[in-house]
Ligand binder design. Structure first.
Ligand code: AMP
Length: 443
């Protein structure tokens, strides 16, 4: 299918052509006609599927009739509101909207917390047709009466599941209550969790449902690799991988702000250009770090889940999970940073014995078998030593050869457990291997 078959105006087609979009993505093919027909829409689309254009292009088509170059604020009332869970995602959508409106005199702006309100206030007072906002900052502007919602025709809730995860439900309900009843509502979410369905039934009119990928599915374009490694060797392994594989642009995920900061410092000591990005950093510094990363000036971005949400780097080839997330959905979101819009990507997870529970939950959710592998020189200490590494046989050593560990480990249901392994390692190291453990030496 071609974009020109979707019923979009020449001004919009020209702008997306300049962006290099040759064909609509599956979500765009399905969602654009529905949004153009004024239907409410509940869309499940992973990040990287082109969902921003899927809602924004038909919105622009709808608002085209209002496009004007008047300087009067009264001529630019707010018509479309996009709510985003994070500043980075809001900023990202804003950047996309600017490119899509290149040939249409429609005004768009982005507001989010953590920065001075004054420039935002001035811009809102000049009038905007499209506003991208995080819920908290929008409520601040509403309270200060810098923005009126009475002419809003379209509301988009982007990454709805994450909005709920981040505790925005009250803010969202409050904002929805202030919007005109006659409006179109588009709800985008990676999953249709029960709370999302409840929100849809409370605020939407017979929404059409569009799903482009299996719920919680990972992208086929992303090669997923799990390396087993001792926790204390993870940083060395990471530096080794970045250097030996010549990774020029990589996002590394940590679970906490503290570990992200620490890791960035350690990587710097290893001679790598690395910076951390998380919620405790000032907004200006976050945007600066992101810009440097996107421009390829920063090699490694160490991020927490929330900070990286909505982060969009064209053709990002690598994502590394330095620590496996507790919520398996976050794994899907994390690796969705690579392999976007059809490009190929590699997601590497470094798994220590303490993380087998998270590994299992990820496999369960994604319905994939992610067999751990071993990088040469980073052999986990809880595994049986390789034959050439094994000390000369002694009376007490009963280690089985590795091959028999692999073949003969059936029935060992409980995989690696660091506490148990410490206790039992010396007597039965071979049995500590999970049944489907593949010992593959990667150089
Ligand atoms: P999104 O899922 O909206 O975050 O989009 C992910 C990336 O895909 C962004 O960099 C978009 O610019 C890009 N993109 C969106 N639609 C298309 C398309 N039809 N063809 C190529 N790239 C696209």
């Amino acid at each position: 299918m071609l974009f020109s078959e979707l019923g979009l105006s020449p001004e919009i087609l020209r702008a997306i052509e300049e962006q290099g979009y040759s064909q609509p993505t599956p979500i765009q093919e399905k969602a654009i006609p529905l949004v153009l027909s004024n239907r409410d829409l509940l869309a499940a689309a992973q990040t990287g599927t082109g969902k921003t254009a899927a809602f924004m292009l038909p919105i622009l088509e709808r608002l085209k009739k209002y496009a004007n170059t008047s300087v009067s604020p009264a001529m630019h009332p707010l018509r479309a509101l996009v709510l985003s869970p994070t500043r980075e995602l809001a900023d990202q959508i804003g950047v996309n909207v600017k490119t899509y409106t290149k040939y249409l005199p429609l005004r768009a702006t982005t507001v989010f917390g953590g920065v001075n309100m004054d420039p935002q206030t001035q811009e809102l007072r000049r009038g905007v047709e499209i506003l991208i906002a995080t819920p908290g900052r929008l409520l601040d502007h509403i309270q200060q009466k810098t923005i009126q919602l009475n002419k809003v025709e379209v509301l988009v809730l982007d990454e709805g599941d994450r909005m709920l995860d981040m505790g925005f439900i009250q803010d969202i309900r409050k904002i929805m209550g202030m919007l005109p009843k006659e409006r179109q509502t588009l709800l985008f979410s990676a999953t249709f969790a029960p709370e999302i369905k409840r929100l849809a039934s409370d605020f939407m009119k017979s929404p059409q449902t569009v799903e482009v990928a299996r719920q919680n599915a990972t992208n086929d374009q992303v090669e997923q690799i799990v390396y087993s490694v001792d926790a204390f060797k993870k940083r060395n392994l990471l530096s080794h991988l970045i250097k030996s594989r010549d990774m020029s642009q990589v996002i590394v995920f940590c679970k906490t702000k503290l570990s992200a900061d620490r890791l960035a410092r350690e990587l710097q000591r290893d001679g790598l250009q690395a910076e951390a990005i998380h919620g405790d950093k000032a907004q200006g510094a976050r945007l600066e770090t992101l810009a440097a990363f996107k421009e390829g000036k920063l090699r490694v971005l160490v991020a927490t889940d929330v900070a990286a949400r909505g982060l969009d780097v064209t053709e990002l080839p690598y994502v590394v999970n330095f620590e496996l997330p507790n919520a398996p959905e976050d794994y899907v979101h994390r690796i969705g940073r690579t392999g976007r819009a059809g490009a190929k990507g590699v997601a590497i997870s470094l798994m220590s014995p303490e993380e087998t529970r998270q590994h299992e939950s990820i496999e369960k959710l994604t319905k994939l078998t992610l067999t751990p592998q071993i990088v040469d020189g980073f052999r986990p200490s809880w595994l049986a030593p390789r034959p050439q590494e094994r000390p000369a046989p002694q009376a007490s050593a009963v280690a089985k050869p590795e091959a028999s560990a692999l073949a003969g480990a059936e029935g060992v249901k409980k995989p690696l457990n660091s506490r148990r392994s410490r206790k039992t390692k010396r007597e039965v190291p071979a049995l500590l291997l999970p049944p489907r453990y593949k010992v593959e030496i990667i150089r």
